[in-house]
Design a protein around this ligand. Structure first.
Ligand code: MG
Length: 252
């Protein structure tokens, strides 16, 4: 991937992406606040779909390569791409909510992992480190840095705290497509890959595992879980690189 293959968004496009990000943030905020013990992941998805309708945006994941729901909901050892269903939330669970929307032909994408009630201290730490690693990555999304400066910042922070970063799934460019170039890995050496430029928009999304970084896909063909069954957390923001530094488009 060279710098020239990455689309630079115009100020007009960035305004639309900003609006899309704002709408998505408010949807995710409402969803987060609504999670309670006893709720099924299917009910969360239904609520997400209703909120999308209320805000006049389309859920981007539904039908994407055949995905059957508006959100990906991944519980505990679930890493990403969990299909909402009959699972009933219980005290001590962690729930990753990942949602994309289309507003005015542009995509926005965000993810957050939420604790249900009281969680074990080590799980709390996993959530804190995973979330902080996202911001470590975002800090590196600056003009004239290279793409893998983001990757390196995420990985070093996570590993410093004794956790691991998933290799099998990565972040991505975003705009008129949900997944645009470049891929944004959460691991790797610094100072490699494309040179970052103002107007690039990236979805940065570390997936952080308590144990091994290895994952496997369940028989439903979608749900990604940790190979060792230990918990995993996922946080994602869309970020535009500006002359003044990174601007988060999906602040929740
Ligand atoms: Mg994404």
């Amino acid at each position: 991937m060279t710098t020239n293959q990455i689309r630079i968004k115009s100020p007009g496009e960035i305004d639309i992406l900003r609006k899309a990000g704002k709408i998505l943030s408010s949807i995710i905020g409402e969803l987060k606040g609504s999670l309670t013990v006893g709720m099924t992941t299917r009910a969360i998805d239904a609520r997400a779909e209703a909120l999308a309708k209320k805000h006049n945006v389309l859920p981007a994941f539904k039908g994407y390569r055949g995905f059957p729901a508006s959100t990906c909901i991944s519980v505990n050892e679930g890493v990403v791409h969990g299909i909402p269903g009959g699972y009933v939330l219980k005290e001590g669970d962690i729930v990753s909510l990942d949602m994309g929307i289309i507003h005015d032909d542009y995509y926005s994408d965000t993810a957050v992992t939420v604790a249900i009630g009281c969680v074990a201290p080590e799980i709390r730490r996993l959530l804190d480190v995973a979330q902080a690693s996202l911001y470590k990555g975002i800090e590196q999304a600056r003009a004239d840095n290279r793409l893998s400066d983001i990757s390196f910042a995420v990985q070093s922070y996570v590993q410093l705290h004794g956790f691991s970063v998933v290799r099998d799934f990565v972040g991505h460019g975003i705009g008129r497509q949900l997944h645009e170039d470049p891929e944004v890995p959460n691991y790797g050496p610094p100072h490699q890959g494309a040179v970052l430029k103002p107007g690039m928009v990236l979805a940065i999304e570390p997936m952080v595992n308590m144990g091994t970084y290895r994952t496997k896909i369940l028989k439903d063909g979608w749900t990604v879980v940790t190979e060792d069954g230990k918990p995993s957390a996922h946080f994602e923001h869309c970020v535009v690189i500006t002359q003044q530094g990174p601007e988060i488009l999906t602040k929740w």
